[in-house]
Design a protein. Structure first.
Length: 576
């Protein structure tokens, strides 16, 4: 076994050396490190870690060494239907991606083409003859994330009694020590109901819970994948008790019913932390409660899993590695801007850099990053925090949002004095960030000197894989879409099933518009040209418009054309 392994290591090294990528000395160093580490890492992994080559170069060399094709896989070359031919756990554990099937031959991307036992298992599970191609671990994982809904997602029946009591115990134990619970100690139905609402919201991937009183009616709605749907309608008489229970858990004043209040609940569910941000608002029929559900597992993610096209991902990674300047992420509320920023910070986090953030509020705590929360009541605003932060010797600064003139000006000055600044703005498209900064009082020449990139994004719902079907859209719609991106062989949609609550969708994915201005465009910014001219120049310079990125995901069978038209404001370009 050792001789075979040594032969394979030398073969990989010989291919890389033959291509002029590595030297004899570098191969020797990697082999020495491999021996010292007890053979736990493959030669290719060590060569990448040592900075001698890239993952793509190793994968290409492995492909040549084992006589299989090399592919840079992406959702564009993957048939979503064949992903389901192998179990999810198997795909994730062994880094395997089924690409397409022709008759009884299944083409599969793997990161280790030398693993004969893995190939035999693929053949056994799929009952197809495997055709192997070699790809990088990152590309395979990113494509898997695109097509698979989040793990451990299931729909709970609406009957409270069917939920096991121990499911609620996790939350109940967390709030036992928050203070006086005597008022609700004997109201176990209320306690169970509130716990059920929180528990099921997390498991249904809800981002918000709305508890809304009406005239003689009480309804509870969840926001899932950006859309509200009614979860249940408890007895109206329970409204006051439910609101009081939530206020106690959030350490709010249960006696105050005439003014809005904010609070938070920190719970553990299935061993992971969940933050619940509570907001109450007095209405004509009683207090309305909205609970924002913040699942750290969903926020802390890498850039590869956020739906970037391969080209946009590489370009965005390049711009966030700049030593100074401003990178902005734009879009409406709920478009995933903070998730993208956290993904960028995860990419940049390193022990040799000082990363500091100013947020309102801090949505999740990140190791090795210094995070500061705005406190408007105490006068600790974005601008004052940012001004003080510049004296903390930061290399990279993340500002939760640029919402006023002082913050905008300080962020620009920070970028001009050698800091990389990441932040968000509310604009309709990427070039619109330029005019927004100017509207906030930043001089055009300062915008031109500091801005290095703007990423606009929206979230579209993904087609439910359980009820996905091919269909033919209206002829005028097909013709309009194909004028933009060329022929599309198949359009898909979800029919609706129990798993997706008859919506036809499960989960969401981002579509992007990345604006990286060149010297000519920056000169246009200084001269104060119109937004229309700026956008035209950006597209000429290679910017892929938001709707075009969305339609590419339609072409890949990930989402529907209706979703793309809904979020990208181009519906008026299509006449039925």
């Amino acid at each position: 076994m050792t001789d075979v392994a040594t032969e394979k290591r030398l073969q990989l090294g010989q291919v890389l050396q033959g291509r002029g990528i590595v030297t004899d000395e570098q191969i020797a160093r990697a082999l020495e490190a491999q021996q010292e580490g007890g053979h736990h890492k493959l030669l290719g992994e060590l060569l990448v870690e040592l900075g001698y080559c890239t993952e793509n170069q190793v994968a290409s060399a492995l492909a040549e060494a084992y006589g299989v094709p090399y592919a840079q896989v992406s959702p564009k070359i993957c048939d979503p239907a064949v992903v389901e031919l192998l179990p999810r756990d198997f795909l994730e554990e062994h880094i395997v991606l089924p690409l397409f099937k022709v008759y009884d031959t299944l083409t599969v991307a793997v990161a280790e083409p030398s693993n004969v036992f893995l190939i035999e298992e693929i053949e056994r599970l799929s009952r197809c003859k495997p055709q192997i191609v070699c790809a990088t671990v990152k590309d395979i994982r990113a494509t898997l994330q695109t097509y698979m809904p989040a793990a451990n997602v299931f729909v709970i029946d609406d009957i409270i009694d069917e939920v096991a009591l121990e499911d609620f115990a996790m939350i109940e134990r967390i709030v036992e020590d928050i203070g006086d619970l005597e008022e609700v100690a004997g109201q176990s139905p209320v306690v169970k109901l509130v716990n059920y609402l929180l528990f099921s919201a997390v498991h249904e991937n809800a981002s918000d819970i709305h508890i809304e009183p009406d005239d003689r009616k009480l309804r509870v709605r969840y926001r899932v994948d950006g859309r509200l749907y009614e979860k249940m309608s408890p007895p109206y008489q329970m409204h006051s008790a439910i609101v009081s229970r939530i206020k106690i858990m959030a350490e709010m004043d249960i006696a105050q019913r005439r003014l809005p209040q904010d609070g938070s609940i920190h719970v553990l569910m299935e061993g992971r932390p969940i933050d619940l941000r509570v907001s109450t608002m007095p209405g004509s029929f009683g207090e309305k409660v909205v609970i924002r559900v913040i699942d750290v597992r969903k926020i802390l993610t890498n850039l590869e899993s956020l739906g970037f096209s391969y080209e946009n991902l590489q370009a965005f990674k390049n711009v966030i590695r700049s030593s100074h300047g401003i990178v902005l992420v734009t879009g409406p509320t709920g478009s995933g801007k903070n998730t993208t920023l956290y993904g960028a910070l995860s990419e940049l986090s390193h022990e040799e850099v000082n990363i500091c953030t100013v947020e309102d509020p801090i949505e999740c705590n990140m190791a090795t990053i210094n995070q500061f929360q705005v406190n408007e009541a105490a006068g600790f605003t974005f601008s004052t925090a940012l001004r003080s932060l510049l004296r903390q010797d930061p290399d990279i600064i993340m500002v939760g949002e640029i919402r006023d003139t002082p913050t905008a000006n300080i962020a620009v000055q920070a970028a001009l004095t050698g800091h990389l600044v990441l932040s968000t703005l509310h604009t309709n498209d990427a070039p619109g960030a330029v005019t927004r900064l100017i509207d906030l009082g930043v001089a055009p020449y300062l915008v031109s000197a500091s801005l290095i990139a703007v990423l606009a994004q929206r979230l579209v719902r993904k087609i439910c894989p359980n009820c996905k079907e091919q269909y033919e859209p209206a002829g005028s719609l097909r013709r309009a879409v194909e004028r933009w991106v060329g022929p599309i062989s198949h359009f898909y949609r979800g029919v609706g099933c129990r798993k997706c609550r008859n919506t036809g969708y499960i989960g969401r994915i981002a579509i992007h518009e990345l604006f990286v201005p060149n010297e000519d465009i920056l000169d246009m910014v200084t001269r104060g040209v119109t937004l229309k001219a700026l956008r035209a120049a950006a597209i000429t310079n290679g910017m892929v418009p938001l709707y075009m990125d969305g339609i590419e995901k339609v072409r890949a069978g990930i989402t529907t054309i209706d979703e793309v038209l809904r979020v990208s404001n181009v519906a008026d370009q299509v006449s039925e």
